[in-house]
Design a protein around this ligand. Structure first.
Ligand code: WQD
Length: 345
């Protein structure tokens, strides 16, 4: 299939591009590089040996994107383009709502005009808000929006609702909502990986930067959560497993709106991640215990059973695989995509 991959130059998007190309799909990336690097697409082409078409445009700008896509045909869209930092969304709510909601609305209008009827949306476990019971795994029947604590999470929940309403108005549209838990790791080549602008918000890239010496120490956000070692427990899913979930969804045709959790179904604490990363990298990961982060939950773990059953997809990689692959990426690219270690060439 010809797939329009919005946000395809980003961390998760670039890994989806690799898996799509390896599966024989044609990939057209739409990205404005607001939170990604053009170099990642060069690496995607190096890894796969296949070309990626790039449309450099801001999906939140309808006129610009419509013009850029006027002569571009595609069979399906995988939509990741948007802003994704929880903390930043609290400080800049209007920007987050404007960008994330407008991008989704613009894509829907462009797809309707082109009669493209399959949309896979990058959603997030954040839409679940507060789990009903602290330690239960979360399935797709869990209510959305109950206790969401930030504009980023609301923008995902409201995007989901916009997609549902658009599908009612256009019954031929097939919508798949993929709710990611905690994507981590990198492609086994070490050529692409997570390279956040500025200080990492998420745990794994921060740990990676401590391991490679870019940061002095990790700040552990609380050790008094109701978990075995007191630190937060999350469902870490290898980013290539996430990418493969998208290829599975692309091949799954079903009318209406389908919702699937992309997670492993098991949890690991912050200290377990630190210990695993230290083991695979051979580096010490100094840390200090800070007070809990506002809005942080103790345990968030997916119930991925629906995706396992209906998509025929399940995670294949472990936390240790993710730490090993993350370290290979970070060690080979200490400063991410900005500078490539001198190789004498
Ligand atoms: C994981 C654990 C922290 C950083 C967020 C978004 C979610 C999704 C994934 C986009 C927690 C602890 C973290 C640090 C720490 N993103 N931690 N020190 O909060 O589960 O989910 O990212 O879709 O929407 O909400 O991920 O990586 O920030 O935190 O101790 O420097 O690591 O307290 O227990 P989170 P995270």
């Amino acid at each position: 299939m010809r797939v329009l991959l919005t946000g395809g130059a980003g961390y998760i998007g670039s890994h989806i591009a690799v898996v799509l190309l390896d599966a024989g799909h044609t990939v057209i990336v739409l990205d404005n590089f607001a939170n990604s690097h053009p170099e990642s697409l060069q690496r995607v082409q190096q890894i796969t040996g296949k070309p990626v078409t790039l449309i450099n445009a801001d999906l939140a700008d309808f006129a610009a994107t419509s013009a850029a896509l006027e002569d571009v045909d595609f069979d399906a869209a995988i939509h990741l383009a948007g802003l994704k930092a929880v903390g930043e969304s609290v400080e800049h709510p209007t920007r987050y709502y404007r960008v994330n909601l407008t991008a989704t609305l613009n894509l829907l209008d462009i797809m309707r005009a082109k009669d493209v009827r399959k949309l896979i949306f990058s959603s997030s476990a954040t839409v679940y808000g507060v789990p009903q019971s602290e330690n239960a795994s979360i399935d797709e029947a869990h209510p959305v929006g109950v206790g969401v604590t930030n504009p980023y999470g609301w923008s995902k929940a409201w995007s989901e609702q916009m997609l549902r309403d658009a599908q009612v108005a256009w019954p031929e549209l097939e919508v798949t909502l993929l709710r990611y838990f905690n994507p981590v790791g990198a492609h086994e080549s070490g050529a692409i990986g997570e390279d956040p602008f500025g200080k990492p918000n998420n745990l794994m890239p921060f740990v990676a930067q401590v391991a490679v010496g870019r940061r002095e120490q990790l700040h552990v956000f609380g050790d008094t959560h109701p978990t075995p070692d007191g630190t937060g427990v999350r469902d870490y899913i290898h980013v290539v497993d996430v990418a493969e979930g998208h290829v599975a969804a692309l091949g799954h045709s079903s009318p209406g709106v389908q919702v699937f959790n992309l997670g492993s179904g098991s949890g690991n604490s912050v200290l377990e991640v630190v210990a695993t990363y230290s083991k695979v990298s051979g580096r010490r990961i100094p840390f200090v215990i800070d007070p809990p982060r506002a809005g942080d939950l103790g345990t968030v773990i997916a119930d991925p059973g629906k995706a396992n059953r209906e998509l025929g997809w399940r995670t294949k990689r472990t936390l240790e695989d993710a730490c090993r692959d993350s370290w290979r990426w970070q060690d080979q690219n200490p400063d991410g995509f900005r500078t490539v270690r001198a190789t004498g060439t």
